[in-house]
Design a protein. Structure first.
Length: 209
């Protein structure tokens, strides 16, 4: 499939860290268009943000899960943003941290008219855990479109990858707002272009608010 971004520079490469919000009271104005990145801690979300933007160190890649508790805003231009949501579901989380992401992420979804879509990153070897399903349900309640991304595709041989993709797709099939999953290896970049195209397509929809 050809796409506009095959023949042009990656528009997401313009993304620059703009600001962090530790609480919903500190979100930037609800205008223009933004796309959010969500996933369990260690799912490969930061690696994906770097790969999709073609930048080596835009988001910190950590071996220590659960460090970022803020919403991080990256601006592409004056009207378009990427938003890195706090990673959830890590084993060592305190009760307060669990309550935090369980409330903050759905509240963020509900408070942003400018939110065009959600990328949900899941390790292809452990997709659709309980916390992922809760996030999908929160998105569905708001009719927020979700693109599932199955990460670390390089960890599986081709046959096992196809099986894992098919299984994930079957389990997601009954959710109306969820698109068919895409596979990504941030190590090789395989699969990145289809995800960039999805993000860029979402970011074109700006209602002028
Ligand atoms: N082999 C492989 N490892 C990956 C990939 N993406 C992330 N990782 C590794 O998985 C770990 C967690 O990645 P990170 O991006 O920090 O995950 P986050 O917690 O979701 O932001 C790190 O050790 C990464 O190097 C991938 O596509 N392939
Ligand atoms: Mg991270």
């Amino acid at each position: 499939m050809s796409s506009m971004s095959d023949s042009f520079p990656n528009p997401l490469q313009a993304a620059r860290f703009w600001r962090a919000a530790a609480a919903l009271a500190h979100l930037p104005p609800d205008e223009g268009a933004e796309v959010a990145f969500a996933g369990r801690s260690n799912a490969g979300k930061s690696s994906a943000l770097n790969t999709l933007t073609g930048q080596r160190a835009l988001a910190r890649v950590s071996k220590t899960p659960g460090r970022t508790q803020e919403l991080l805003f990256f601006s592409i231009d004056e009207r378009r943003r990427l938003v890195d949501l706090p990673g959830y579901g890590y084993a060592a989380a305190s009760a307060a941290q669990r309550r935090d992401w369980g409330e903050v992420i759905p509240a963020y979804f509900a408070s942003r008219r400018c939110l065009r879509g959600l990328l949900l990153f899941m390790d292809v070897r452990h997709s659709l855990q309980v916390a992922d399903r809760q996030l999908l349900e929160a998105a569905a309640r708001l009719s927020l479109p979700v693109q599932p991304v199955l990460t670390k595709a390089d960890k599986l041989a081709r046959g096992a990858l196809l099986t894992a993709m098919r299984e994930a797709q079957a389990r997601l099939a009954d959710m109306a707002v969820v698109l068919p999953p895409l596979a990504l290896s941030s190590l090789s970049g395989a699969g990145a272009q289809a995800i960039r195209d999805r993000v860029w397509d979402w970011l074109q929809h700006d209602d002028g608010g």
